[in-house]
Design a protein around this ligand. Sequence first.
Ligand SMILES: [Zn+2]
Length: 164
Amino acid sequence: MFVLSVNGEMISTDFDDGSSVITFENADDTEWRCAACGAALSEEVDGYADESGSLVCDAYDPYEDAEVDDVESAPDFREGPHCAERVPLSWANSATICTDPDEDSITVTVSVGDPRGAFAFTVRRIPDCAPTNGGRLILHTPYPGEPMPHRDLVEDHAGTYWIS
Ligand SMILES: [Zn+2]
């Protein structure tokens, strides 16, 4: 039996065929939030707006505003813009681990683009009865120039790619 755990906690994942799949999905589609007031933000043409549509932050502090050189000319407290920061992991749609006894493989997928697809990383054992390489492990990874890529990759150096 293959056991999966989440943050150290074992979880039951047995299927009848002995395979197991665990998927983490990003339930939060907010890409930006305010570092001062914590509100979820959307990117508008004239700045970042909270859910009420306001570009003004109730927690604005001109002394905390990195854009301000001279506090005298800055907006007053609670009258300046939200301080937009990217929400950690907002780039991810989902991540999945799949163990497959039939294929003698484990696949990890990470989706960062079209949510219907993902980058897939598979380690598989070649069957002992194979004419060559029987019993060896092989690793498949996404690569630049791959047909139908999840996202295009540009090699930075061996084993490291920029996702374009
Ligand atoms: Zn704010």
